[in-house]
Design a protein around this ligand. Sequence first.
Ligand SMILES: [Zn+2]
Length: 565
Amino acid sequence: MKRLKHIFSDQRYIYWLFVFLAILPNIFMFFTESTSMLTRIVQIVLPLGFFAFAFTLAKKPGKPFWCLFWFMFVGAFQIVLLWLYGESPIAVDMFLNVLTTNPGEATELLSNLLVAVIFVVLLYGFGIVMSIVSWRSKNTLSDRFCRRQRIWSLPVLALGAILMIINVFGDRGFKAQDDVFPINGTYNVGIAINRFAKQRNYEYTSQNFTYQATNLRQDSVPEIYVLVIGETSRADNWSLYGYNRNTNPGTSKLNNLMVYSDAITMSNTTHKSVPMLMSCAGSEQYDSLYYRKGIITAYKEAGYQTAFYSNQRRNHSFIDAFGSEAHEVKFLKDKVSFAGNIYDDELIDCVKQRLDNYNGGKLFIVVHMYGSHFNYKDRYPKNDAVFKPDNVISAEKVYRKELINAYDNSIVNTDRVLSSIIRMVDANGVNSAVVFTSDHGEDIFDDNRSRFLHASPLPTYYQLRVPLLVWTSQVFANNYPDAVAQLKAHKAIPVSTNMVVFHTLLDMSGIYSPYKKDALSLSNKGFTPQKRLYINDHNEMLPLDSCGLKQLDIDQFRSHKLQFP
Ligand SMILES: [Zn+2]
């Protein structure tokens, strides 16, 4: 007991504890990152030298602990994310996700991260306690101890700097702000704050934007177009895409439904993918979003009545802004508490009410589902479960069977909502079309990487491949046989959903805008296949073969006969 007390009050032990805590994420990342060996060595040597030196700058290491607290905080965050995703530094999107997510969603995720969160809270909480002990203790580090630590730490710091300079010239992909923790984590926080501020300014930076959209068809022609945006729905679990379970009992019975077999998303995050689906940003620069309005505005300019129905919470992102452009806006979750749950089935009622009041004219509706977002078993009424057991006790690999059952039940629910909307639209007997895609897919412990969820810093095949469906009414098919012939002709062409949805919808609706590109419209004979791109964490558009996909992902592309560069 006395010995233990001695250890706790000895500033030398506290010094080593703090150095250990500061570089613990770097030790983990030495093993998790797939960067070059030299990069990983730099990532250990440089911070080790820095922190070992920095903690000698006061006789009581508890003082520099608080000066360097930011690095402890970001280190704890990093460890949790490594536990979740198995690799990669904290991304800009993760901070934005924290800012744009809602308490209900955050607690769903938190329960999944419980082990990692408890680990870092105990470890770094202990660090905080010891910093207070250090500060209040009468003991101090001796001059001799500080001198000895500086004698080795300064050369180590210099060695780290030299190795980093060598790496800058030797490895062209290396950047300290990308590859050295905690420089990258800190840099990304800066970008996240900047983006959040730009987002807040969006109302002003976009206020004068116009699509200059006009309708090329007669005002008297009644038309209904619907864009349904799914959530976390991956094509591999749709029977329309060859899944061996019947998860599409509704849509599989529809006529005039085109299934695009090789469609992938350009982002694995909701807050990026959905705004691209609701605008032309996916075919331009992602950052053009800050100065543009959404597709609803284009339809309004072309004389359409518009509606936006969402079963997601407002999250202060472009989704809210683009949705709010509509004449009629309903965020279903506004009416329930943060813990409250609403099934997507209520979206059917929204569309039904709108269509009950439809008496000709031009109508455009955007529906944003909550689809298959974790926790899957909360996405459908309990009695509607088709695949059982679906009661997931914990989001772990051992419960994969239950997770997949629940996930597939959520796909069945999405299928019911989508097919119901299509039937209701069809019943009006006018020119109409419904376009469906999901914002991104999901990892569900699919291979030996044991990956789970989406929005990881580097994507996987499972997060990228999504369903893309276009349904047209028979009236539309009769009036625009050329458009339908083109839609059919492009079913197997590799596409990025975020690039084509905007242009295809405007094209099918006969809307002209200088922003509309025929080459990106699946219904246009000028359609030209494009190189597929992925928006990385720094909003750069990267080719598929350099966005961090691994061999296991490429194998999936190949085995599903999908194009991979
Ligand atoms: Zn999403």
